[in-house]
Every structure is written in C-alpha cells, then in structure tokens.
Design a protein around this ligand. Sequence first.
Ligand code: PHE
Length: 451
Amino acid sequence: MKNRSNFSSKLGFVLAAAGSAVGLGNIWRFPYLAAQYGGGTFLLIYLILAVTFGFTLMIAEIALGRKTGVSAIVAFKSLDKRFGFLGVLAVIVPVIIFPYYSVIGGWVVKYFAVFVSGGVQASAGDTYFTDFISSTTEPICWFLLFLAMAAIVVLFGVEKGIEKVSKIMMPILVVLTIIISVYGLTLDGAMEGLVYYIKPHMADVSAKTILAAMGQLFYSMSLAMGIMITYGSYMKKDNNLESSVRQIELFDTGIAFLAGLMIIPAVFAFSGGDRSALSAGPGLMFMTLPKVFASMRFGGAIGTIFFVLVFFAALTSAISLMETIVSVFMDKFGWKRRFTGIFVFILAAVMGIPSSLGFGALGFISWNGMSILDIMDFASNSVLMPIVAFFTCIFVGFIIKPKAIADEVKASDGTFTGEKMFNVMIKWIAPIFLVLILASSVASGLGWFKL
Ligand code: PHE
C-alpha cells in the first residue's frame, strides 16, 4: 500500500508495541493474580506460556500485518476471502474496549490530580472511590480528558505521534517502576510480602492457574484484537521481527513482574500480612493502594509517581486501541487521518458514557452481577478475544500455512529460530488451549463456577 506511515526504527516499533502491551493489566491485574495463584509457581508458568504461546500469537499477528501492509479488517480478507469475518470480529474488540478502558484511564488521571494536589489523606477515605465513580459528571469529564489526550497523539500520526510519545513515556515508566519497587521493599514487613510473591506455593496451583495465566497473557500482550496486526503493518521489512517480539515480551513481562514488586510487599506491610487485601480487583489500585500510600512516609510523593506511571501505561495502551480503530476506518473507507480521528473520538465518547454511568445513574443495569463496564470487559476479553485468537491460529495453521508467516519473519535476515515450535503451537497446542480458555472464562463469567 502506498503512503503507509511507518515507525522510523526498530526501537520505535518495539517501544510502541510495548506501550500497547504494558497497561492497566500489568499493573493491577498481574500482581494480584500471581499472589492468588501460587506466587513463584504462577510466575514460572506465566513465563513459560509467554515464550511459547504468547510468542507464537504475537509473531503471527505482527507478521500478518507486515506481510499485508493493512489493518486487521482488510488483512485476513486479502489473504482469503472466506476469512473476512475474522477481520470484522477482531476489530469489534478494540471498539468495545477503547471506550471503557478510557473510563478507567480517566479515573487514573483524577487520582493523579488528587495526589499531586496533596489529597493523599482524602483519597484514602473508605467511600472516596465509590463516591467518585458513582457521581455523574465528574468521572465523565476525566474520561473525556483522557480520551482527548489519546486522540491528540493519534492525530499526530504513527511516527510523530505514537512513536515519539512511546519513546518518551516507556523509558520513564521503567525508571519510575523501579524507584517505587525499591522504596516499597524498604518498608517494615515488606520482605514477608516479597517472599510470598516469589516463593512457589504448590497448594495454590491447579488447572485453573494455567487458564488464569493464559487469559492474563492474552490481554497483557494486546493479542487477538488487531492491534499487533496494525502495528506490524507499520513495521519496516528490514527490521528483525523475531527479536522485536522477544523484546516486547521481555518488556511486558518485566513490567508485570516489577508491578508485583511494587504492590505486593507494600500491601503486605500495610495489611500485616493479610493476603485477602490483594484480591480486591480494580479496588486494589483505587482503594487499597491510596490507603497504603496514606500510611507511608513520603506517601504523597510516591503515590503521585505511581499514578504518573499508571497514566503512562494506560495512555500508550489506549493510543494503540484508538490507532487500530482509526487505521481500520482509513483502510476501509479511504478517509483521512484527521477526519477519522475526530470521528473515532466522538464514537468512543458516546460509547464510554454508559460505562461511566454504570456505577451511578445507570447502576440499575446489570447482568449476572456485572456493571455495564464489566459486561463490556466480559464480552471483549472473555468471549471475543479467545474466538479471534482461535480462528487466527486456524487461519495461519491451515489456510495460509505457517510457512507464509515464517517467510515473512525471515524477510529481514533469513532466520527464524523459533520456527519449529511456532509450527506446532499454531496448528495444535494454541487452538486447543484457546477453546479451553473460552469455555472456562464464559462459564466463570456466567457464574457457573468461580475461576
Ligand atoms: N495490554 C494492556 C494491558 O496489559 C491492555 C490492553 C488490552 C491494551 C487491549 C490495549 C488493548 O493492560
């Protein structure tokens, strides 16, 4: 495709893709899953899955994007007409996620604003968070602000917007994460938490652990929603695809691990070793942590740094969601970036407002105990993503054949070290696991059993 924009360098590509991958999922979800499912054993299982399953799917998506040079909606169809539906499904995922992800992004900006203006004690109040999210206009204003920031970056385009922002934000994010984890480890009682996080607990490990790790891996690496296809379409042919994927995975897993170091020892120190404090879900970040910061020396400053880094993580992920949607409309209808960006901004604003109101004015709408935001999350992550990933495996494994991907991987320097594993994973192992993930996450979402 002519005039397609590009990342200017491999580093730019890797940081932008890592920017997409490193997000809220790494910071609040990974730590509490690890704590809940066996500490060191979960870490080990996650790592093994990342270098096999995650590697395979990420290679496939980036290679598909680079090979076709277009976003998901056109990519599948251009290789086989019958698979046009897969492109459409893949694109529905970011369309659903982007609005509600930005609602949470808005909460992060609000907490940053509160911390930076010295509100650490107030934010630790028992009803502070619930009062905030159940109000009507305030969360919507923060949501629109967050959305506008993502939109501005996307309007600047791939190289001047996304690449530039990622090159600045991602290194800062790493440094801030290290600062907070080191500080957290110096707190009284933190060592016990560290041991709990890292030491294997075989008793907490079960089949569910593997499924939980796998589900997390998916979401965390931004797979199965066309993002990596889109970013791959902006990648230059002479950049090494395989080593890029390894670097993105290392980045994503490294930050997830550090997030655990940042949060678990501090929460342990605060709660006197009560591990139930860790399983508070979204409440962990917005309710438990502010209390932890309020009780710390320099808590206001540490909390401010924390919310800056969460903001960077969330913004770069939101940018990748928006870019994916924008590139689809541009490819499909031949629209200009500026017009498409504004269109998608308005679309997401309209779609996100119900998710925000779902905690207050629209609180009466719920399904199986889930709020509007949770329903969006369930539909996209638990249902659509495994379906898209499954069909992607079938598409690559049996329709275009793994060799088509391998050739694309080899386009830069002729090598593909993981090729043998890739072939087996994509045809057999990954599809089987994906069916299991789908079955178990749907069953647990519908309340048939608790995962
Ligand atoms: N990968 C991101 C995270 O870990 C989440 C995300 C999912 C971002 C989908 C963009 C798209 O939080």
